[in-house]
Design a protein around this ligand. Sequence first.
Ligand SMILES: *[C@@H]1O[C@H](CO)[C@@H](O)[C@H](O)[C@H]1NC(C)=O
Ligand SMILES: *[C@@H]1O[C@H](CO)[C@@H](O)[C@H](O)[C@H]1NC(C)=O
Ligand SMILES: *[C@@H]1O[C@H](CO)[C@@H](O)[C@H](O)[C@H]1NC(C)=O
Ligand SMILES: *[C@@H]1O[C@H](CO)[C@@H](O)[C@H](O)[C@H]1NC(C)=O
Ligand SMILES: *[C@@H]1O[C@H](CO)[C@@H](O)[C@H](O)[C@H]1NC(C)=O
Ligand SMILES: *[C@@H]1O[C@H](CO)[C@@H](O)[C@H](O)[C@H]1NC(C)=O
Length: 388
Amino acid sequence: MARRRCTGWEALLRAALWQAILVLPWTSYAGTSKAASPLPKAVAPAVVSRAEDARLFRIYYGQGFKVVKNSWDGNSYLLMQNTSRMAIKTKYCTGRIKSFVVPLANYSVDTSASPVSFFELLGVLQNLQGITSDHVSSPCVLQSYANGHVQLVNRTDAQKLSQFSAHFVSNTDKDKGCNFAAYVPAEEDTPLQRAEWIKYLGTFTNSEERANAIYDAIKTNYLCLSKAAADLGTRFKPIVAWIEYTQGMWSFVKESYKLQYVTDAGAEIVDATITDKRFNISDPEDMDNLHAILCTVDVVIDQTYASDPAEYKLSTFLENINVDRNSCFSFVANHSIWRYDKRIGDSKTLDWFDGAISQPQLVLADLVEVFFPTGNYTTVYFRNLAKV
Ligand SMILES: *[C@@H]1O[C@H](CO)[C@@H](O)[C@H](O)[C@H]1NC(C)=O
Ligand SMILES: *[C@@H]1O[C@H](CO)[C@@H](O)[C@H](O)[C@H]1NC(C)=O
Ligand SMILES: *[C@@H]1O[C@H](CO)[C@@H](O)[C@H](O)[C@H]1NC(C)=O
Ligand SMILES: *[C@@H]1O[C@H](CO)[C@@H](O)[C@H](O)[C@H]1NC(C)=O
Ligand SMILES: *[C@@H]1O[C@H](CO)[C@@H](O)[C@H](O)[C@H]1NC(C)=O
Ligand SMILES: *[C@@H]1O[C@H](CO)[C@@H](O)[C@H](O)[C@H]1NC(C)=O
């Protein structure tokens, strides 16, 4: 039952690629997906993974073992095949090197801060046995939790967490155990670099073949979409303000992967030299400046946090920005004010922080539709506040 639901994610991946195939030449996915095996193999994989785009990890292969170097936490992970003699005798747990026996018999994930969608795409959710939070967007993981296959463990309970063959965390400050393994896709600079972490995780389950096939498909599709967007952008490049309101101040986001998304989708982010400050809503001069900048943009992406995304409406945005509906802003007239909170799980968890990391081609496809609307594509992550 759980397995059947899990295929939904695969279907989503395919669906997105299928939509792209309608308008773009695209060939590789259908071939590679059939070749990928659905389950990790016990034998040492004949196929190896290499980081092509990611900055923060490298994978090295030996006889019966592999070493994954994570330059973010400075750790090397020695992964020993369970069929090797080394696996019986060796155990490392120092500040620099930790050992694991692979394929992992079971594992847990710090779901309070780490995406699980990579494991889902790898097809290894049946070995997930512990989570630290049920605020997860994946219906598949929630189903597993509901039927008792996955248990909820307090994230500070290192003792309890030590019973899993590996505990995956994204917050490296919280590394409290020999079985803790850090993966940090969110620390990378570009959408593709983030997605390539599927290869890193695939090494722990001997899922190299599948990880490579998925990453190749995603990358091919992403680059295809990006090329098409570049063509669209030669005629007209929309100017985008990606903004956020916190504690009485508006600011323009700076994370490089978001700026990369905008560029890759054929648009242009509003000039950083005039947006490199925060705008206090109680300060009329600040607000005049902000309004002046916003007057020059075509599209607004508002990522302001809302505990209940459904309650964040156009009126909320206009109120926060202190303008009325009849203002002359072209993004209001053109109905182009977006948020990335369309896809949410039960418990109001945004899949932006999970599935969107592992499938950047879906985000890019959304943004191409946002910047060059056809009305033919249903966005996955982006919700138009101005059109209800
Ligand atoms: C190695 O792992 C595979 C897959 O989990 C399992 O079927 C096999 O029994 C394991 N072999 C040993 C020697 O532990
Ligand atoms: C987890 O454990 C810590 C102390 O070990 C405790 O303060 C906290 O309330 C626990 N969290 C949950 C959700 O039970
Ligand atoms: C996970 O697998 C290891 C190694 O096979 C085993 O010793 C441990 O009991 C398992 N943990 C859980 C929670 O099933
Ligand atoms: C914003 O401006 C008001 C009025 O000038 C001031 O009281 C407040 O401290 C400012 N807020 C911040 C975060 O600077
Ligand atoms: C926004 O509307 C203006 C006219 O009001 C039009 O010229 C422009 O092309 C529109 N921009 C987009 C992105 O639709
Ligand atoms: C929408 O799709 C149809 C069928 O593929 C196509 O004929 C039409 O031109 C598309 N509309 C736009 C605005 O791209």
